[in-house]
Design a protein around this ligand. Structure first.
Ligand code: NDP
Ligand code: GDR
Length: 339
């Protein structure tokens, strides 16, 4: 039974990956931070049999301990401050977790394996945010980096540290340069989920409008379930390498709004969207679109969910959640109104 250790198991990707590895017969270990993490029931229900180990990417001894207990064949380092917007306001913390956290995880493996790093295969969650102010369109593995946020800078540090451990210690360490991927499990701070949740609430009469920042930026959005499969495939290769994972299509926030509102029968969304300076970024990444040819050719990977299907899946999920909340509130009101 192969053994995997996942940092960031409580996040969107961690949940999909844990689910997928469990279905493949892996023994799954997850790093859990905090003394009372509210996401434990979610992880335990989606990843049955998961073994949660206390630890934090800012705390090297806890990472060494986790590797010693899990004895993993594969480590997936997904833990990070992953919200680009917050990374300007908490730049130092982002550097510590999203950047230095990668070095600590690599060191934990080196120390726990007594320098035999090739015993453990390591996946680093690199990001298309490293391309930032893009030097070419589409972006591929050879495209130079020009990160535009403290998050992007921290990811670039983690990326090169992963390459360096591969070259210095012979580690089987790979970086997946993943473009945006979304799902019904996406955090509500990210633009796709903010829009799908907002649209669902507008359709049900709970909310009037959504406040957003820049509507012109373009992203290459795929489905998270497809992207964790690419992560796993990278670790099953004969040699470690880095791969771009993307759909090859790009859409603006406006197009996201078109598809999302159309799903609930609203064609003109202008009166439901307010632009708020608070949601603009000090430096924007205007366009991202990846070239996934290498991942397709070498990993046999391809995306299975298109942009419209993805947005509609998220809207339908948010409609169901919001309806359930309305029903619950109505049931509670009925109970209270009884004599
Ligand atoms: P999420 O924000 O959903 O999850 C982030 C995870 O990191 C959570 O489990 C969180 O734990 C954990 N974490 C935060 N701080 C620490 C810490 N100090 N120590 C240990 N764990 C910590 O991100 P995603 O699942 O969307 O992304 C997974 C990874 O992939 C991230 O590294 C992200 O930067 C990267 N990435 C994501 C892309 C995307 O489009 N989703 C694209 C490219 C890269 P807790 O629940 O306790 O807060
Ligand atoms: P991103 O995702 O920064 O690409 O990082 P996000 O959804 O936050 O932003 C995408 C684009 O939407 C614009 N935008 C807004 N964004 C948010 N969050 N909220 C708003 O109100 C809003 N209005 C407009 C942003 O300016 C931006 O252009 C995600 C994260 O998952 C990273 O961890 C990951 O590395 C990258 O994707 C690839």
């Amino acid at each position: 039974m192969p053994r995997a250790l996942i940092t960031g198991i409580t996040g969107q990707d961690g949940l999909y990956l844990g689910e997928m590895l469990t279905a493949k017969g892996y023994e799954v270990f997850g790093l859990l931070r905090g003394q009372s993490n509210p996401k434990v029931p979610t992880v335990e229900s989606l990843v049955p049999g998961v073994q949660l180990l206390e630890g934090d990417l800012t705390d090297l001894p806890s990472l060494i301990g986790a590797v010693e207990i899990a004895q993993p064949d594969e480590v997936y380092n997904l833990g990070a401050i992953s919200f680009v917007g917050v990374s300007w306001r908490q730049a130092e913390l982002t550097g510590e977790i999203t950047g230095m956290g990668v070095l600590r995880m690599l060191e934990a493996i080196r120390i726990a394996t007594g320098n035999e790093m090739d015993k453990v295969r390591f996946y680093q969650a690199s990001s298309s945010e490293m391309f930032g102010k893009v030097r070419e369109v589409p972006q591929r593995e050879s495209t130079p980096f020009h990160p535009r946020s403290p998050y992007g800078v921290a990811k670039t540090f983690g990326h090169y540290m992963t390459v360096n451990y591969r070259e210095s210690y012979g580690a089987f360490a790979v970086s997946g340069i993943l473009f945006n991927h979304e799902s019904p499990r996406r955090g509500i701070e990210f633009v796709t989920r903010k829009v799908t949740r907002g649209v669902a609430r507008i359709a049900l009469g709970v909310q009037e409008s959504i406040s957003l920042g820049n509507l012109e930026s373009r992203r290459d959005w795929g489905f998270a379930g497809d992207y964790v499969d690419a992560m796993w495939r990278m670790l099953q290769q004969d040699t470690p390498d880095d791969y771009v994972v993307a759909t090859g299509e790009t859409h603006s926030i406006r197009e996201l709004l078109d598809v999302a509102f159309a799903r609930v029968g609203i064609d003109d969304w202008s009166r439901h969207v307010v632009q708020d300076p608070r949601f603009f970024r000090p430096a924007e990444v205007d366009i991202l679109v990846g070239d996934p040819t290498k991942a397709m050719d070498k990993l046999g990977w391809k995306p299975t969910v298109g942009f419209q299907e993805l947005v509609e899946m998220m809207i339908d999920n948010d409609l169901a959640i919001e309806r359930e909340q309305i029903d619950r509130a109505e049931r509670a009101a009925t109970r209270l109104s009884r004599p």
